[in-house]
Design a protein around this ligand. Structure first.
Ligand SMILES: [Zn+2]
Length: 178
């Protein structure tokens, strides 16, 4: 069995399950829409059928927490954990879901700026409610990179990491990072 990190490794499953830890029963549609929006650009690229539906179920393929006091952030682990403020904030759900797929922030203060077509990207400018051309190119690049990723072996288990990440491990604790 190959253990995988990030949602990009799971796009060939017909159904993804989101475990939503929330007092917001209306949260699933936003999570579902965001995942399907990121998968859509891959449909012309992948040779396999991709995610058609996202359902609620635990432990699920990803965990979504709504924590009103929390700044949105995502851990792109084997089972991504998205911490969000409000399910009504679709741009934040979309941006964080992009991280769960393995995309980085296209804008990091003091490192680089959003220029050219990137300036219109969800991963560059949180607050947009639809992915842009640069995001589509980004997810396609992440997917293509993923498909060609080498495997890593650790304690007899096999892993692949998303995007440009590699595997690090201490004992049974393993994670992907850049
Ligand atoms: Zn971000």
């Amino acid at each position: 069995m190959v253990h995988t990190f990030g949602l990009v490794a799971k796009v060939d499953r017909p159904v993804l399950y989101a475990c939503i830890n929330t007092n917001h029963p209306e949260a699933l549609p936003a999570v579902r829409d965001a995942i399907l929006e990121w998968v859509e650009p891959l449909r012309g690229v992948a040779r396999v059928p991709l995610v058609q539906e996202v359902k609620e179920g635990c432990p699920g393929d990803l965990q979504v927490n709504f924590l009103s006091a929390s700044r949105a952030h995502t851990f792109p682990s084997e089972r991504p954990v998205l911490n969000l403020g409000s399910p009504d904030d679709y741009p934040a759900v979309l941006h964080e879901t992009g991280h769960a797929f393995g995309l980085g922030d296209a804008y990091v203060e003091g490192v680089w700026r959003c220029e050219g077509e990137k300036s219109l990207a969800v991963m560059c400018r949180p607050g947009l409610d639809a992915i842009a051309e640069a995001d589509r190119n980004g997810i396609i690049q992440v997917y293509r990179t993923w498909v060609m990723r080498p495997g890593y072996a650790w304690n007899g288990r096999h892993f692949r990491c998303p995007d440009k990440m590699r595997l690090y491990g201490v004992g049974n604790f393993v994670f992907c990072a850049r």
